[in-house]
Every structure is written in structure tokens, then in C-alpha cells.
Design a protein around this ligand. Structure first.
Ligand code: NAG
Ligand code: NAG
Ligand code: NAG
Ligand code: NAG
Ligand code: NAG
Ligand code: NAG
Ligand code: NAG
Ligand code: NAG
Length: 343
């Protein structure tokens, strides 16, 4: 039994290598073994015949000339980019996209890709750009992505991604831009994201995230933090309030109760939105960060009291004004010298 198994595997491998060799010979151009095969699988799995643009795909033309494919001509035609945004791609990514080891950029946004985010992409160690936004992906974010330490841009917004955000993402040391907006991500935001020292933009709005960790101390470049429309509870940690370059922070539409050790944001350089929370307001509005509207639960009586107060002031001022005019007129008519005891 073991003998015949080994034999079977050996002959299978032999067949595979023959196929690879013959396809390389066909095209007459030297390329890294298997790239064409993977792209063929890619085409079939994602409904190639239905694509908007499929110029040269599966023809005898070299795969480096297929629409959306960019190769490195200096290096055995390895595929370094796949750019097929908004091209009618439809289906699941079940093939080993990770075998395109030299891939640096993959952009498949605005298609109808279903199912799992491909975990094998973690084999593309030089990947810098990953854009799967606006598809129908409904898996978790593979923790393996955290090993991609050259990643700079990650856009996974507008999918159906679920589960919690893997704490391993804190390992993407070069990450500048992280967009996870409009998914179904839940649980706590992992504290390890605080290790993203290069990050400038984070948008996790419209998910079901529950807690902001103590992060921020090392996020010196962070400018935009949008965590609006989640289910965040508890405190805004002091560490978030101390991010030096923050320009925009949106925590609206959550259930945040209080700022930990309140520190004022620099009002001149920052836009904030803390509306639609249940802030406990120990401080007056002027002191509260960035003119946040401090949503007290009893705003209606508050407004009523203010209106009555305004009305009283207004009426009083009106009466005094009319009274003064009347007196001035009388004085003018009678030529009486002004009397200091008028009031
Ligand atoms: C497809 O892309 C190629 C190369 O960019 C372009 O020349 C061609 O006009 C496009 N075809 C369609 C149908 O958009
Ligand atoms: C060229 O490709 C090989 C494997 O395909 C890879 O190991 C190597 O790093 C690449 N070199 C450059 C300069 O990209
Ligand atoms: C291209 O591939 C050949 C054969 O696999 C190898 O000898 C050569 O070093 C490769 N060239 C580069 C630039 O990686
Ligand atoms: C991702 O692709 C979409 C569609 O082309 C584009 O609008 C969006 O800006 C891209 N995201 C990033 C971060 O480049
Ligand atoms: C990343 O963050 C976690 C939690 O904040 C911390 O324990 C860990 O040491 C950090 N790792 C690195 C490599 O900085
Ligand atoms: C974050 O994403 C939401 C939802 O798509 C969007 O409305 C908002 O403008 C984004 N925030 C920032 C600061 O870009
Ligand atoms: C904050 O986010 C909400 C949506 O989540 C949006 O409606 C609002 O305009 C944002 N605030 C600012 C100041 O951008
Ligand atoms: C708070 O949310 C409610 C309903 O979701 C909405 O009617 C109201 O305008 C929001 N207030 C602010 C300040 O965004």
C-alpha cells in the first residue's frame, strides 16, 4: 500500500512538471513556473467569461499582457500586480493566489467576490497594497495577514466580514491605511493595533465593535480615527486623547459613557464628533473636548428651560427699550434735563 501511494504521488508530480514545462515552451517566454496556471484558475473561479474587460485572458498572448496583470520584466516575468477593480468578478477565491509569490499589489474592489478572504496571500511577503473593498466577502480576517509586514494599504471596507479583528494585524509594521468600514466585525478592538506606529488613517465605522483598547501611545502619525456607528461602550482611554497628530476623531453613534482622565483635544486642529453617545458630563460644555455635544438624556427639559429663560430676557429687554424710548420722547418734548433717578 505505502509503495503504490508513493508511486502514485511520484507520477502525479511528474505529470505536473511536464504540464508546467510544456506551457512554458508554448509561450516561448521564460516565467516562474505556475503563474499562468494560477491565473487560469483565477479566471475560471471568478467567472472570467462574464468580465467587463478580459482582453487577452487565456489567449496565447503572454499572461503579462492580460488585462489587469502587471509583471516584473526584470525578474522572469513574475506577476507583481493584479488590478481588476469593478470588472464583474464573481465567485470565490479558492485557488492558491499565494503562489504568485512576488505579488506586491492586489486590487479587486467593487466586484462580487464571495466567501473567504484568501489566507494564502500571506505567502506574498512583499505585498504592500490589498484592496478588496465593496465585495461580498463574509469570512473572518485571516490572522495570517498579520505576518505581512510590508503592507501599507489595506482596504476591506463594504463587505460582510465577521468575527473579531485579529490582534496579529498589529504585526503589519508598515501599515499606513486601514479601512474596515461597513462590515460585521465584532468584539473588542485589539490592543495590539497600538503597535501600528506608521498608521495615518483608520476607519472601522459601521461595525459591531464593543471596546476601545488602551492604544495610541505609539501611534504618533495617526490623523484620522473613525469608530462611529459601532457598539462601543465604556471609556475613551486617555491614550487615545494623547495622540499628537490627530486631526479627526469620530466616535458618534456608540454607547460611550465617559472620557478616562479627561484631556482636552487641541480644538484648533481637530474635528471631533462625539454625538449620539451617552456621555456623562462632569465638566461644562466649554471644557468638554472639541465642542462635543454632551448628550444629556434630559435634553428636552434643558431646551425648555433655556427657551423660557430666553423669552423672559427678551421680554424684559423689549419693555426696557420701549420704556426708554418713550421717556426720551417725553424729555425731548418737554425740554426736561435728564434725571439720573429715572430708573
Ligand atoms: C480593456 O482594457 C484594454 C487595456 O487597458 C483597453 O485597451 C480596452 O479598451 C479595454 N476594453 C474594454 C471593453 O473596456
Ligand atoms: C525575483 O523573483 C524571485 C522568485 O521568483 C525572488 O526570490 C526574488 O526576490 C525576485 N527579485 C527581485 C529583485 O524582485
Ligand atoms: C530566472 O529563472 C532562471 C531559471 O529558473 C534563474 O536561473 C534566474 O536566476 C532567474 N532570474 C532572476 C532575475 O530571478
Ligand atoms: C480601493 O478601490 C476602490 C475602487 O477602485 C477605490 O475607490 C478606493 O479608493 C481604493 N482604496 C484605497 C485605499 O486605495
Ligand atoms: C504589541 O502590542 C501588545 C499589546 O499592546 C504588546 O504586548 C506587544 O509587546 C506589542 N508587540 C510589539 C512587537 O511591539
Ligand atoms: C469612514 O467610513 C464611513 C462609512 O463608509 C464614511 O461615511 C466616512 O466618511 C469614513 N470616514 C472618514 C473619516 O473617512
Ligand atoms: C461621524 O460619523 C457619522 C456616521 O457614522 C457621520 O454621519 C458624521 O457626519 C461624522 N461626523 C463628522 C464630523 O464627520
Ligand atoms: C442621534 O440618533 C438619532 C436616531 O438614530 C437621530 O435622530 C439624531 O439626529 C442623532 N443625533 C445626532 C446629534 O446625530
Amino acid at each position: 500500500m505505502p509503495g503504490s501511494y508513493v508511486l502514485a504521488v511520484a507520477s502525479y508530480l511528474l505529470v505536473l512538471s511536464c504540464i508546467a514545462t510544456s506551457s512554458a515552451q508554448q509561450s516561448g517566454i521564460e516565467f516562474d513556473t505556475g503563474a499562468r496556471g494560477i491565473l487560469e484558475e483565477f479566471y475560471v473561479a471568478l467567472d472570467g467569461p462574464g468580465w467587463i474587460n478580459r482582453t487577452n485572458w487565456l489567449t496565447n498572448a503572454h499572461y503579462c499582457s492580460w488585462y489587469g496583470i502587471v509583471c516584473d520584466p526584470q525578474n522572469n516575468s513574475s506577476v507583481i500586480e493584479i488590478n481588476l477593480d469593478n470588472n464583474g468578478l464573481n465567485g470565490q477565491m479558492k485557488f492558491s493566489i499565494g503562489n504568485l509569490r512576488e505579488l506586491r499589489r492586489i486590487s479587486l474592489a467593487e466586484n462580487d467576490i464571495l466567501g473567504r478572504l484568501p489566507p494564502t496571500i500571506q505567502q506574498c511577503k512583499g505585498l504592500t497594497y490589498l484592496n478588496f473593498s465593496n465585495n461580498l466577502l463574509d469570512s473572518v480576517i485571516p490572522p495570517e495577514y498579520g505576518t505581512l509586514d510590508k503592507l501599507e494599504i489595506v482596504d476591506l471596507g463594504q463587505n460582510l466580514l465577521q468575527g473579531s479583528i485579529p490582534s496579529s494585524l498589529g504585526g503589519c509594521a508598515d501599515l499606513i491605511y486601514l479601512n474596515l468600514r461597513e462590515n460585521r466585525l465584532s468584539g473588542e478592538i485589539p490592543a495590539n493595533l497600538g503597535n501600528l506606529t506608521e498608521v495615518v488613517y483608520i476607519n472601522m465605522s459601521f461595525n459591531q465593535l464593543t471596546r476601545i483598547p488602551r492604544m495610541g501611545e505609539h501611534m504618533e502619525k495617526l490623523e484620522i480615527l473613525d469608530l462611529s456607528n459601532n457598539q462601543l461602550i465604556g471609556m475613551v482611554p486617555e491614550t487615545i486623547q494623547e495622540i499628537p497628530n490627530l486631526k479627526h476623531i469620530n466616535l458618534s453613534h456608540n454607547d460611550i459613557k465617559v472620557f478616562e482622565n479627561f484631556v482636552t483635544f487641541d480644538n484648533d486642529h481637530i474635528t471631533c464628533d462625539f454625538s449620539n453617545n451617552s456621555f456623562f458630563c462632569p465638566l461644562n460644555e466649554k471644557e468638554l473636548a472639541c465642542k462635543a455635544t454632551c448628550e444629556r438624556h434630559r435634553t428636552v427639559p434643558g431646551i425648555a428651560v433655556a427657551s423660557i429663560f430666553a423669552l423672559v430676557i427678551g421680554l424684559t429687554a423689549g419693555i426696557v427699550f420701549v420704556n426708554t424710548l418713550e421717556k426720551a420722547r417725553i424729555r425731548e418734548e418737554s425740554g426736561v434735563v435728564e434725571d439720573e433717578d429715572d430708573f
